[in-house]
Write a protein that binds this ligand. Sequence first.
Ligand code: THU
Length: 142
Amino acid sequence: MNKVAAPQIDTLVDRAIAVRGNAYAPYSNFHVGAAVLLSDGKTIITGCNVENASYGLSICAERSAICQTIAAHPIGGELSIVAIAIAAEPLATPCGACRQFIAEFGLGILTICVAPSDRSTRSTFLAKDLLPHGFSKNVMDD
Ligand code: THU
């Protein structure tokens, strides 16, 4: 499944906004939610940012959601990641580490960024455009 239908994106955005409420961000107070859609068109896995008193240990919502996805589903066989929605206020695009993490699972992954206060305004990118000239496993094939 390559094309993601508008209702699926709306649901994905809703889930990212909802899980943002669980963000543990007492240091930055910047709450982020992320929701991953799988290629079956219906499985959604969510994650939020989780900070730590040792600041560098904090994990972003996108990587949290992708780790949850990998733990729950056998990605790489039948299933793949087709989209990820990210909810932050104001709207934010993924950090560099998260771009690398998303790209690992598909340069065609649709990345939808939204602010809960205006969920109809979205910035949408393909993973390949978020990480031009990125490092990939292909480099190690030679
Ligand atoms: N954060 C995310 O969850 N995703 C991003 O793409 C950028 C930043 C989190 C990390 C940290 O908990 C807070 O936002 C402030 O940087």
